[in-house]
Design a protein around this ligand. Structure first.
Ligand code: ADP
Length: 609
């Protein structure tokens, strides 16, 4: 196969040198022809001049040269044969002229064909793809500009080189197999890794075709290639990301579910299959999900599906699954509408297996309840003395009123009205005693949280009553500043009392260590910092809270007291946070400590349930 060079520059010899050479030859031929008496057709040598000029590819110069040579031949003939023209000399001149004209015409035709081929080669150069041809010995015979750009070798460097060796080609398929396939089917396509001139590796997608000659013998291979390094890298990156995602899903027990509504077409990730405990051959569907849903939670799943059908933007549900082995899983499904298309809405969401979190939460709630119970009971020990006093007082009053009543009745003329009054007093005192006992029993009882609509002013009043003896014993001056109108919150009564008792007892203990006046201020009102929240503040004039203590105040088991458990404030925080509020400590300028907490204000409710 002939060698094509892509650059026209390379095709042409140095035009100037050729032109000078042609002129010299023309001069020498003319001088010999005109001045020597040689009887040979020397003018035939003008064809060399024509061929040389034609090799520059310049059509006009070729025509001019041919005519010039014709003219020189005639002048030479006339100069050398002035009076006697032999028929042989005439014939030699005619042959020379015929040779010059024929050579000129053939050269022009050849030039036209070369120009056409050059144009076609230029077209190949315009292609973005790398186009390379090589012979059956794998020597490169054509190398377009795309190939120059792709591999970094110029056409001059590449042509004549063995392609496989120069580019150190590597392919997943053995080279011999590619060659066999090319020879058998005439075509091959696939990915090959080649090395560029600068040593970097590129992956190319290559399509090769076999060229055969007229006899059907393989002559050359033409291959077009383009760079797919970036695409391959991205594919690998994608594959890696997918593997990461799968790992992340497995580790976090989060599956993905995508659904198109209303048609109902669904897609589940591997982890979603694992959560539902289905094998991969089960087609994802709402029915399949419902078959795994706990019977008591089917309504939740159907509700979420209906919400999606009616176009809800976000879906967020928690429900249980009942698996074939009887085990129960807690799942949390969060989805959002990803796209709205002609065929309907597409929802994409995450299905999280939150069973372990749920169980841990339940265990935490149980242990918090148990700890709360322990601290309550411990505190009750401290309060026992003052409470006993609270109870003995109405008891003594009952005995006194009973005696008085009997005396009124034992009179000769029984004083019924007086006796009635004594009995009424007895009933009132007995009620007071039983109320105190009921409160202690409620405090000591271990029970679940029972939220109710409570007036914080009322709870503060009750609690202060409960610890009044203790405060009196510590000579604490209690000053309350209660909200003028009822301020209701949704809260468990006993738990709220417990928070207040904790704060009040801490305050009393902090003030026991100081000599100055012991003032306990309890205030209620709408919170200034948290809009829509009720705030309760318990401020003392005690030792105050040091920096280290302030940082760790609400940590479980943090205590500065010899007999302390360090659970009081930690439990207070759990209780307040469980009711949607927050608790914090402040250091008032006047000294002492100020413990504040807020709870969401109950706007609607008014009576206790
Ligand atoms: P305990 O009372 O068993 O130590 P708490 O959790 O109720 O546990 O309190 C933790 C610590 O916080 C106390 O040991 C004390 O150092 C500090 N503290 C709590 N309330 C006050 C207060 N009103 N004034 C000063 N320090 C306080």
């Amino acid at each position: 196969m002939e060698t094509f060079q892509s650059a026209p520059r390379a095709l042409r010899a140095d035009t100037r040198i050729v032109s000078i050479l042609a002129a010299l030859i023309a001069l020498v031929v003319f001088l010999i022809d005109a001045l020597t008496p040689l009887d040979i057709a020397i003018a035939v040598l003008y064809v060399i001049v024509v061929l040389l000029v034609a090799s520059t590819g310049n059509r006009t110069a070729t025509i001019a040269t041919a005519w010039g040579c014709v003219l020189l031949t005639i002048i030479g003939f006339l100069l050398s044969h002035d009076e006697t023209v032999s028929s042989g000399a005439f014939a030699r001149c005619a042959v020379s002229l015929l040779a010059i004209v024929t050579t000129g015409m053939l050269s022009l035709r050849n030039q036209a064909a070369t120009t056409k081929m050059q144009e076609q080669l230029e077209l190949l150069n315009l292609a973005h793809d790398a186009i390379v041809a090589h012979d059956m010995n794998e020597r490169i015979t054509f190398w377009n500009r795309g190939a120059e750009a792709l591999y970094g070798y110029s056409a001059q460097q590449a042509i004549g080189q063995p392609i496989q060796r120069m580019t150190q080609a590597k392919s997943p398929v053995p080279h011999a197999q590619i060659r066999t396939e090319l020879l058998c089917s005439g075509r091959w396509d696939g990915a090959i890794t080649r090395m560029r001139h600068d040593g970097s590796e590129i992956v190319i997608a290559s399509r090769a075709a076999l060229l055969r000659d007229a006899k059907g013998m393989p002559r050359a291979v033409l291959a077009t290639s383009n760079d797919i390094t970036q695409r391959k890298r991205m594919e690998a990156e994608l594959r890696r990301t997918e593997a990461f995602l799968l790992d992340a899903q497995r580790l976090s027990r989060t599956g993905s579910i995508a659904a198109r509504l209303p048609a109902g077409a669904m897609w589940w990730s591997d982890e979603a299959y694992r959560i539902f405990d289905y094998s991969r051959d089960v087609a994802p569907s709402l029915d399949a999900i419902l078959a795994r849903t706990h019977p008591d939670d089917v309504a939740i799943v159907c509700g979420a599906h209906e919400a999606a059908l009616s176009g809800a933007r976000d879906i967020d549900v928690e429900h249980r699954l009942l698996l074939p082995d009887g085990s129960v899983k807690h799942v949390h499904y969060v989805a959002h509408r990803a796209a709205t298309e002609r065929e309907g809405d597409e929802y994409v969401g995450a299905l999280m297996d939150v069973t372990e979190t749920k169980l841990a939460q339940e265990a935490l709630a149980r242990s918090t309840a148990e700890l709360a119970h322990v601290t309550r009971v411990t505190m009750l020990g401290e309060l026992a003395a003052s409470i006993a006093h609270e109870v003995t007082q109405p008891m003594a009053a009952i005995v006194t009123s009973g005696g008085a009543g009997l005396r009124w009745l034992n009179r000769e003329k029984p004083e019924i009205a007086e006796a009635q009054q004594s009995i009424t007093q007895m009933i009132r005192d007995a009620k007071r005693a039983s109320e105190v006992i009921a409160r202690i029993r409620a405090m000591a009882r271990k029970r679940d949280s029972q939220p109710a609509t409570l007036d914080v002013n009322e709870i503060v009043g009750e609690t202060v009553e409960l610890v009044r003896r203790e405060l009196e014993r510590h000579r604490v001056d209690v000053r309350t500043a209660l909200a003028p109108s009822p301020l209701t919150v949704q809260c468990d009564r006993v738990q709220l009392q417990q928070v207040l008792i904790n704060l009040i007892m801490n305050a009393a203990q902090a003030m026991a260590a100081v000599d100055g006046p012991r003032v306990l201020r309890i205030a209620t009102g709408a919170s200034h910092s948290d809009e829509g929240y009720a705030q309760i503040t318990v401020q003392d004039s005690g030792t105050g809270i040091g920096e280290e203590t302030a940082r760790r105040l609400f940590e479980a088991f943090f205590t500065t007291k010899a007999e302390g458990m360090g659970m009081g404030l930690s439990i207070c925080r759990s209780i307040i946070e469980a009711h949607g509020g927050r608790i914090w400590a402040e250091a008032p300028e006047e000294g002492g400590a100020r413990l504040c907490f807020v709870l969401p204000e109950n706007a609607g409710g008014d009576d206790e349930h």
